[in-house]
Design a protein around this ligand. Structure first.
Ligand code: ASP
Ligand code: MG
Length: 455
């Protein structure tokens, strides 16, 4: 039985946290593969580091980075262990130093990917050496060592699963078979030219899912700093409960809309191979967390969870009989896509097409839309400060009268519904309400329909 165990930034963010994580790994049964994020704060630090040009600034960045990791290592290792650690550390640090100090490297298309992926190379090294110091055989492997193949534009890569599977079989499987625990860097893969390509912020979860998929693992565990998926954001609903079980579809929708527990792309690689996924809290290993898998006993409740995404805007474009001009709709979407803006929802009517985007993306989107032929566009209207409510429940849309129930609750909150869309595989109903009303809407929905009456 192979378990892929992924630990996030706060879980590896201090000597204490690392010690806790090492204990969790050692206590877990069967064959294990570990995937890690950078220590908390490090990736943000590296993102800033890509902006600084002067040699003094660069040296300062290197010193701070070095100090942060060395402080942790010296607290964890004795002299003998430190000597061994330094052999590997120096090799990785020299590479990082050359990257930062080489003036030409910043011209590379994938420079930011290269710099921001450095944190994982060091957290994985520390954790692997810590396991060794505690008597567990372990090896630290980078995504380059493993052969995690990636494609796509800078800072938004995705994995090439077939190729990665072949490489993992050659480069990683033998360690597992020999009883050695690989500790692998999350967050990035390697593109066709051998350059690091990151999977977007929070992408280590996705790395772990790729690794689980390509090793045909039996279980993926995402160890983080929360108890699992919750029935609502506990900051809005203090009575929110942990969800013990969910299916892949529900988890995917929740991860995409609002619930920041998982990188939204984590679900697909494990769903494809029917690998169950558990979200666990590394600070409370005695808690069971949330299990996400294919089948789940259905309960009577209508909703499993209510997530929200705030600070959004609706951009509505009016044009005569736009519904009869699909090419026009395509041109509008193409324009918006030029900015790589995320579109959370689209709706159309005879003469308008409306898009839901983040407030911050409105300005650049309008600039793009203004370059369309003015003859084709009658009017563009923007409604800012709206929020998307994502109501998730098993087989939700197949249940009779569900929309009636949900929208009655919205009416109770005196909220206007500005836009509606359905999620994939019948598990979610999404709608947009003004920001000022969203808390009331969530409270009412949660009280009425999640996990029975919890008032
Ligand atoms: N360290 C990366 C980030 O902060 C990836 C991750 O943590 O998943 O975005
Ligand atoms: Mg994360």
């Amino acid at each position: 039985m192979i378990t892929v165990m992924k630990f996030g930034g706060t879980s590896v963010g201090s000597p204490d946290a690392l010690q806790r994580v090492a204990n969790i790994i050692i206590a877990s049964e069967g064959e294990k593969v570990v995937v890690v994020s950078a220590m908390s704060g490090i990736t943000n630090f590296l993102v800033e580091a890509t902006e600084h040009g002067t040699i003094e600034k660069k040296q300062e960045i290197l010193d701070q980075f070095d100090k942060k990791h060395m402080d942790v290592a010296t607290q964890l290792f004795n002299d003998e262990q430190m000597k061994e650690f330094m052999i590997d550390y120096t090799i990785r640090f020299e590479r990082f130093k050359n990257l930062i100090l080489d003036d030409n490297s910043s011209n590379d298309h994938f420079y930011k990917d290269n710099v921001t992926s450095q944190g994982e190379r060091f957290s994985s090294l520390i954790l692997s050496h810590l396991l060794r110091s505690l008597g567990t055989k372990s090896v630290a492997l980078t995504s380059e060592d493993c052969g995690i193949a990636a494609e796509g534009r800078p800072l938004s890569g995705y994995a090439v699963l077939k190729k990665t599977e072949a490489m993992m079989t050659i480069n990683v499987k033998p360690y597992i078979d020999a009883g050695i625990v690989p500790v692998i860097t999350g967050f990035y893969g390697i593109n066709e030219d051998g350059k690091p390509l990151t999977f977007g912020r929070g992408g280590s979860d996705y790395s772990a899912a790729i690794i689980a998929n390509t090793l045909n693992a039996d279980l993926l565990e995402i160890w983080t700093d929360v108890d699992g998926f919750m029935s609502a954001d506990p900051r809005i609903i203090p009575e929110a409960i942990r969800i013990d079980e969910m299916n892949f579809g529900e988890a995917a929708e929740l991860a995409y809309f609002g619930a920041k527990v998982l990188h939204p792309r984590t679900i697909e690689p494990v769903r494809m191979k029917h690998i169950p996924l558990k979200v666990r809290n590394s600070f409370k290993p005695e808690e069971p967390g949330t299990l996400i898998h294919h089948l789940r006993k259905t309960k009577d409740e209508l909703l499993r969870s209510v997530a929200i995404k705030t600070d959004l805007s609706i951009i509505a474009i009016s044009s005569a009989e736009i519904a009869f001009h699909p090419k026009m709709v395509a041109r509008i979407i193409e324009k918006i896509a030029e900015n790589d803006v995320i579109i959370y929802s689209i709706s159309t009517s005879l003469s308008t097409v409306a898009f839901l985007v983040h407030n911050n993306d409105v300005k650049t989107t309008l600039m793009k839309l203004n370059s369309l032929n003015p003859k084709d566009i009658e009017r563009i209207e923007v409604k800012s400060d709206v929020a998307l409510v994502c109501a998730v429940g098993d087989n939700l849309l197949a249940k009779c009268g569900v929309s009636g129930d949900i929208f009655t609750a919205v009416k109770e909150a005196n909220a206007n519904v500005e836009m509606i869309s359905e999620g994939a595989s019948d598990v979610s109903l999404n709608f947009v309400v003004p920001m000022a009303k969203v808390t009331d809407v969530v409270k009412i929905l949660h009280n009425k329909y999640v996990g029975g009456d919890i008032q």
